[in-house]
Design a protein around this ligand. Structure first.
Ligand SMILES: NC(=O)c1ccc[n+]([C@@H]2O[C@H](COP(=O)([O-])OP(=O)(O)OC[C@H]3O[C@@H](n4cnc5c(N)ncnc54)[C@H](O)[C@@H]3O)[C@@H](O)[C@H]2O)c1
Length: 347
């Protein structure tokens, strides 16, 4: 039985981290901390844990692992503090805001001989797991091209705050490009077992405004053309301005067929072959932000996997080192948008 603390008690903790730890019989939530104390207090009451007044109080407790669920700009600082206290860390995405921060997090985990996992939960979605297996087994031959999309009406619907911190560059650092783009960039790395090595991007703030009518200080749309090490090319569109249903689809085109993930309301995975054969798999459907907000919870599998790795002394499946590759691509995309030119990803 491992003992867990959670830092940051907002939406992602309320709908994922806390309920998923609570349902896992190999762990126990011992403490919560949030710089809005009442949020920690409410969760502590609900889960029979302690609400800490400071982060140091939580990190001074006898804990094996810590979830870091604070705003983006604090991911690195909080994770490094926890790692330096000898705790295993599950940090939410985006991993950090600079390559230097990512490297410092990885080094802190190595130095303290503890594990660092990043919550890139798209890797656990059933259709993605199956697509990965099929692609690696050659079901669609060599991958030539792909297109991946992640769009919804915006994070204000998720947190329920019109003046969301997700819109504020000082706290979020990135907009849709890192909020959603880091998911799909990491997903392409996973599905193709490949690395994006060059990017051309257009990153814009097209529509979102603060309540006073001024444009938000981060992007709300990003289009990227990705080139991979193995020679595939593809596009990624991420958006906070899909003012209807969420689009979470990914299509991979190979020399011997096509795989479509979450592109159909019934079949979450479709395999199409050149001879016209079509295989449809009804595995699961992505839980939209709206559904998670309404139901108040979901199950991503991320927490179970993190706990299992710690309990059984196995390497976490999405290590800091692995997740930092997608951050390097996101940062290269931002440079590309600024320069209006292709940018090579620095690994
Ligand atoms: N994996 C996913 O799909 C997914 C989905 C949503 C959010 N997230 C990530 O989770 C993180 C939290 O997002 P959220 O939706 O829960 O936001 P939220 O605003 O609902 O909650 C964030 C909480 O962190 C607290 N906080 C911020 N900075 C802090 C600090 N330095 N110390 C202590 N507490 C601090 C805030 O008071 C707030 O209660 C973000 O980085 C976000 O990108 C991931």
């Amino acid at each position: 039985m491992i003992k867990v603390g959670i830092i940051g008690c907002g939406k992602i903790t309320q709908v994922r981290h806390a309920p998923e730890y609570a349902e896992n019989s190999n762990c126990k939530i011992v403490a919560f901390y949030d710089n809005q104390f009442e949020r920690a207090e409410a969760l502590a009451k609900e889960y029979g844990a302690v609400a800490c007044k400071t982060m140091d109080e939580l990190l001074g407790m006898d804990l094996d692992a810590v979830s870091v669920c604070v705003a983006n700009v604090a991911h690195a600082e909080v994770s490094i503090k926890a790692l330096n206290k000898g705790k295993h860390v599950l940090c939410e995405k985006p991993m950090a805001t600079t390559v230097e921060e990512c490297v410092a997090m990885i080094e802190a985990a190595e130095k303290n001989n503890v594990q660092l996992m990043i919550g890139q939960n798209q890797r656990f979605a059933k259709a993605h797991v199956k697509a990965h297996e099929l692609i690696q087994n050659g079901a669609i031959g060599k991958v030539l091209t792909f297109r991946t999309v992640f769009g919804h009406p915006g994070p204000e619907g998720w947190t329920g705050e019109a003046n969301s911190w997700f819109f504020d560059k000082k706290i979020a650092h990135f907009g849709a490009m890192a909020d959603l783009g880091v998911h799909k960039t990491d997903l392409i790395h996973y599905l193709l077992d490949d690395e994006i090595v060059e990017v051309i991007s257009a990153i814009r703030t097209l529509d979102k405004k603060f309540p006073d009518g001024t444009p938000i200080s981060v992007d709300d749309n990003s289009y990227c053309i990705y080139q991979t090490k193995n020679g595939a090319i593809g596009t990624m569109h991420v958006s906070w301005t899909f003012y209807g249903n969420e689009d979470n689809s990914t299509v991979i085109y190979g020399t011997e067929g096509i795989i479509k993930c979450y592109a159909d309301p019934e079949a979450s995975l479709i395999v199409e072959k050149p001879n016209g054969d079509v295989e449809r798999y009804a595995l699961d459907q992505m839980t939209s932000n709206k559904e998670q907000t309404n139901n108040g919870r979901t199950n991503t599998g991320v927490i179970d996997c993190f706990v299992d790795s710690i309990v059984n002394n196995k390497e976490v499946p999405i290590s800091g080192k692995e997740a930092s590759k997608a951050m390097r691509v996101v940062l290269a995309a931002e440079e590309s948008a600024k320069l209006n030119a292709a940018v090579k990803v620095k690994y």
